[in-house]
Design a protein around this ligand. Structure first.
Ligand SMILES: [Zn+2]
Ligand SMILES: [Zn+2]
Length: 314
């Protein structure tokens, strides 16, 4: 499924078989998760994709030697810059991203730099494994950057939150879910996944929070979340794109509250998270689409209709 121009639907096309370059592996794609980032790329909110582009950065595939490998968003880094050499390859200025700078997994075959692929943990069928590769990984990084907070609020309960909720509960944290006002299904989903309270995003939680993670791409939620956290609390913006943040009184930040973003992932995040996932064990709830239904999957995600994660199956 190929993006020729932003703000236009993807097109089903026959393309030539991708040939692996040095250090790359060719995968037969079994499943590919659909991420909100894909939507930001298709909708033109992320402005510099390669074109034409095959999107998709949560690839569960099989190599020619039979290994099951996952391909995440971080597809390549320079390995030499001050970020790469200090454990922060997620910030590399020359980084290339799967399904943005590099063709991704909305296809039958993909090539990827083997150094950036992860072995898929045993016990995870392809469909269930795919959402671990971005929603899971970057969600996990967001939770780590929230510190050792006991009471954690999630704003937006989509693919990432439904995975990270399971990690947070496993770590003994108390969870509070915030969903779009009136979205009863999402509220019930949040409660099902271990939130002790779930309500609308414009509501105050029943008690102060120690941290909040804002998964929804709505800038107005950042002041709202700051208002909900106690002194010393952290608000993490987990998405790659967000609408503008309205101005807010300094008092909301005062008291050593921290407002920060999370960018991409490091390979270490991936190794840690994929080792942890089977121990919990994390279960992903998936809505399955055929490859040629990619536009429909993106539309459902855009309208907030997917419970859990949307995944294309090849
Ligand atoms: Zn993603
Ligand atoms: Zn670098």
């Amino acid at each position: 499924m190929v993006l020729h121009r932003q703000r236009e639907p993807l097109e089903l096309r026959d393309v030539s078989m991708p040939e692996p370059g040095p250090g790359q592996v060719r995968l037969s794609v079994r499943a590919c998760g659909v991420c909100r980032t894909d939507l930001h790329i298709v909708d033109g909110e992320l402005e510099r994709p390669k074109l034409p582009l095959i999107p998709g950065h949560q690839i569960a595939g099989e190599a020619e030697d039979g290994r099951r490998l996952g391909v995440p968003w971080l597809g390549w880094t320079c390995g030499r810059c001050r970020y790469c050499t200090s454990g922060r390859e997620n910030l590399c200025l020359e980084a290339r991203f799967t399904g943005y700078d590099l063709d991704g997994g909305y296809a039958e075959y993909a090539v990827a730099d083997e150094r950036f692929c992860f072995p898929i943990p045993d016990g995870y069928p392809d469909l269930q494994a795919a959402p671990l590769l971005c929603a899971g990984l970057i969600g996990y990084r967001s939770l780590r950057l929230a510190g050792d907070a006991e009471r954690v609020g999630f704003y937006g309960f989509g693919a990432a939150a439904h995975i990270v909720a399971q990690v947070a509960r496993h770590q003994g944290r108390r969870l509070f879910g915030f969903v779009r006002p009136g979205d009863d299904d999402a509220r019930a989903f949040a409660l099902e996944l271990g939130c002790e309270w779930a309500g609308w995003s414009d509501e105050a939680p029943p008690e102060e929070l120690d941290a909040a993670i804002v998964f929804a791409p709505a800038g107005e939620l950042l002041p709202t979340a700051l208002r909900a956290v106690a002194r010393g609390g952290t608000v993490v913006a987990a998405g790659i794109h967000m609408s503008d943040i309205p101005s807010f009184p300094y008092e909301l930040l005062w008291g050593e509250r921290v407002l920060r973003s999370v960018a991409n992932l490091t390979r270490r995040d991936g190794e840690e998270f994929l080792a942890l996932a089977p121990q919990i064990p994390i279960q992903t709830q998936v809505e399955e689409f055929a490859l040629e239904q990619a536009n429909e999957a993106l539309d459902r995600l855009r309208r907030g209709e997917v419970l859990g994660a949307a995944v294309l199956r090849m």
